[in-house]
Design a binder for this molecule. Structure first.
Ligand code: SAM
Length: 246
């Protein structure tokens, strides 16, 4: 009697495991289907765990893709999407990449321009045809070094600079806006006429004012959030095209 009930218990446990596995597979399949459809995880029908799963998947998809495509980071796809939409790199002879490490944006820029200058606080491994500056962009010393390297002006300034986040969104927004304003100042003072500027920002209140300021200098200034940028992040990009002069 005891033996029968023991084997019965074992069978029931096995069945339960198989049923749980099938249910998980079914959920994963539904999640993957939703992800394939549009990459959105603000879908109200999805459970919190499904949303978490999708966020991880989006991150992993681009990280895996970056490895396969030979890019140093998944950030590559953000610039590729920006360029697909606004064509900022086509015809550019010189590009300055601010906050460049580990270097995927510079890898892309170097396919278009003869002269690419990559700047970051963090030292980067070399990239063919890319000049590197290791330094803090907020310091005068660094700015002077950068400006001295582009006496003939610049065609495109791209900035993916991001401060270390504190988790307090208003604080992070302000620190990010500080960097974005410095990047914009640099672009306005150094871009050649007809040049372009693309810059990462964190949404949080001051971005409209920033857009208005840029509109004084560029023909068109648009916000753009690439598909490869996580939907739950406050990150977005401002793309200012056809510089009219300072
Ligand atoms: C998101 S990562 C850039 C990724 C890069 N676009 C790529 O494709 O590999 C942001 C970078 O901004 C840099 N950064 C942040 N503040 C900076 C500053 N004040 N001066 C220079 N670099 C800065 C960080 O060191 C970090 O490497």
């Amino acid at each position: 009697m005891t033996e029968i009930s023991e084997s019965l218990k074992k069978k029931l446990a096995e069945r339960k495991t198989v049923a749980q596995k099938k249910a998980k597979e079914k959920n994963d399949k539904a999640d993957r289907k939703a992800l394939k459809k549009n990459g959105k995880f603000d879908n109200k029908k999805l459970t919190e765990s499904s949303k978490r799963y999708l966020r991880r998947q989006v991150k992993d998809i681009y990280s895996d893709k970056a490895r396969k495509d030979g890019y140093r980071s998944r950030a590559a796809y953000k610039l590729l999407e920006i360029d697909d939409k606004f064509q900022i790199l086509k015809g550019a002879k010189s590009v300055v990449d601010l906050g460049a490490a580990p270097g995927s944006w510079s890898q892309i820029a170097a396919r278009f321009a003869d002269k690419v200058i990559a700047l970051d606080k963090i030292e980067m491994d070399g990239i063919r045809n890319v000049d590197m500056i290791t330094g803090d962009f907020t310091t005068d010393e660094c700015l002077e070094e950068l400006e001295s390297m582009c006496p003939a002006g610049i065609d495109v300034v791209i900035s993916d600079m991001a401060p270390e986040t504190s988790g307090i969104s208003s604080h992070d927004h302000l620190r990010q806006m500080g960097l974005s304003e410095l990047a914009a100042d640099f672009a306005i003072n150094n871009l050649n006429k007809g040049g372009h500027f693309a810059c990462k920002i964190f949404v949080g209140g001051q971005e409209k004012e920033y857009q208005m300021m840029l509109r004084k200098y560029f023909e068109q200034v648009k916000f753009y959030k690439p598909e490869s940028s996580r939907k739950d992040s406050r990150e977005t990009f401002i793309v200012a095209t056809n510089f009219q002069g300072a």
